[in-house]
Design a protein around this ligand. Structure first.
Ligand code: CMC
Length: 441
């Protein structure tokens, strides 16, 4: 892939801003990407007008140019490097998707084998890093452990923290993708008091993760291929999602020149919140609280009540105003996993489907275009596979690491990259003089 910028501007493609107070007008270029709405380039707005834009929550603000992922929220489309997510989930595998996100194209057989070897080479952790886990309380939330352990990587791998060195950037990217499952599984093993299980490089990425999570030294662990496939697909579905909160956090942290391990730790912190990656855990807690189908209507009413902070977790999305295409694949995977495990009757799935049915018929949800998102069904699958609820967001972090690092790499390799520094609308005190303590009322 070339690093060439692809945004274009037609000759007459400008917008005019008229300041009604002064009567002055200003012209700004309008850019076209390969897909998506046109974009007004306001880079010179402050210099020309002396004004900033105001857009809390960034509902109308593009923060960067990117060639990695495209979402059409109205149509429910998600493309990675141009490939629809459903095709990738059906036909590809996670390692291939990692390569695609990082390097721009699908690998051929030889490149794929080389990439997989490069990743598996880095699956182990520095043995001293393992002491970090023992410093945490056993009942610590595994996302807390992830923030700490991933941040600590920068204290161990000094030979891949020079962000100006292309080779070091590549090694750091491979290390992060390779070590995240090991860190995640160790966080889990520590929490239940079992010995750590070391990675096995003859296994696939998903198989290795399941092995490190569920094997014990006393017995042989047989990997179920259907579950390994489901795990791989779940990783694909979470791999990237353009400029969401955690990815923007990674980019902003990285824009100052911070090392990639520190940036990914920042991304993990952002992902943890229930409005973002923490939603998968929150969905299961919500379904547990609802308990039975006859209480669904009561909870839907609460979600609609503006005086009640309760929201339907796993519903709604800033960009999707249609069914999240990842949720469609996730629901299908949910059936496959439950069938494989011989679960004929999963009350939580029945409950989730009833909740979805009632919400999708309700005017409140219809008018606001609130549909199930990726987190709505993932928890049910993960629970059936044996993951505790507290690990759900950790799995999201494992999968999203490739998206974060691909976006970070794209940013660092962009010659026009500068430190990210938003401005503000200040509504605090005007300048005033300091009052000595003995003169304050
Ligand atoms: N339940 C009830 N009402 C909702 C919900 C919901 N889940 N989501 C949005 N609304 C309402 C909201 O009250 C508002 O109503 P009104 O216009 O009357 O004030 C309207 O819909 C628009 O909501 P918003 O909060 O302005 O939308 P947003 O784009 O800022 O928030 C969201 C997006 C995902 C944070 C939000 O939909 C939400 O909190 N959903 C539940 C949490 C969740 O499932 N998060 C996972 C997102 S997908 C995976 C990921 O990104 O990690």
């Amino acid at each position: 892939m070339s690093d060439q910028k692809t945004a274009t501007q037609g000759a007459a493609d400008t917008v005019t801003l008229v300041d009604n107070k002064t009567g002055k007008s200003y012209e700004f270029p309008v850019l076209d990407g390969t897909e998506g709405p046109r974009v007004i380039d306001i880079g010179k707005l402050y210099a020309q007008t002396g004004m900033f834009t105001f857009d809390p929550g960034y509902t109308s603000t593009g923060s960067c140019e990117s060639q990695i992922t495209y979402i059409d929220g109205d149509k429910g489309v998600l493309l990675h490097r141009g490939y629809p997510i459903k095709e990738l989930a059906d036909k590809s595998d996670f390692m291939e998707v990692c390569y695609l996100l990082l390097y721009g194209d699908l690998p051929n057989a030889a490149t794929k084998a080389k990439f997989e070897k490069a990743i598996t080479y880095h699956t182990m952790l520095h043995e001293q890093l393992i002491n970090f886990f023992r410093g945490f309380r056993r009942d610590a939330h595994p996302m807390a452990v992830m923030c700490g352990a991933v941040g600590a990587l920068s204290a161990f791998y000094h030979d891949s923290t020079d962000i100006r060195d292309e080779r070091q950037r590549m090694i750091a990217s491979h290390r992060l993708i390779a070590k995240m499952p090991t860190i995640a599984a160790m966080a889990y093993k520590y929490s239940i008091g079992q010995p750590f299980v070391y990675p096995r490089n003859e296994l696939s990425y998903a198989e290795n993760f399941l092995h490190m999570m569920f094997a014990v030294p006393a017995e042989e662990y047989k990997i179920n291929p259907v579950l390994a496939k489901a795990m791989d697909r779940i990783f694909i579905l979470h791999a990237d999602h353009e400029q969401n909160a955690s990815t923007s956090t990674v980019r902003l942290a990285g824009s100052s020149g911070a090392n990639p391990f520190a940036c990914i730790a920042a991304g993990i912190a952002s992902l943890w919140g229930p409005a973002h990656g923490g939603a998968n855990e929150a969905v299961l807690n919500m379904l547990g609280e609802i308990g039975t189908k006859d209480r669904v209507a009561e909870f839907v009413a609460r979600a609609k009540d503006k005086d009640d902070p309760f929201r339907l977790m796993g519903f709604g999305h800033r960009v999707y105003k249609n069914y999240d295409p990842r949720a469609t694949v996730m629901r299908q995977t949910c059936y496959e996993v439950l069938e494989e495990l011989g679960v004929e009757n999963e009350p939580l799935l029945d409950l989730a489907m009833e909740l979805e049915r009632i919400a999708l018929e309700d005017d409140y949800f219809v008018e606001r275009k609130l549909y199930p998102n990726v987190d709505f069904y993932s928890g049910i699958i993960l629970r059936a596979m044996g993951f505790p609820t507290s690990m759900f967001t950790v799995l999201f972090a494992v999968a999203r690491t490739v998206g974060w690092i691909a976006q970070w790499k794209e940013m660092i390799e962009d010659p026009s990259q500068r430190i990210g520094r938003p401005r503000q609308l200040y509504t605090g005190q005007n300048q005033r003089s300091y009052t000595p303590l003995d003169q304050r009322g």
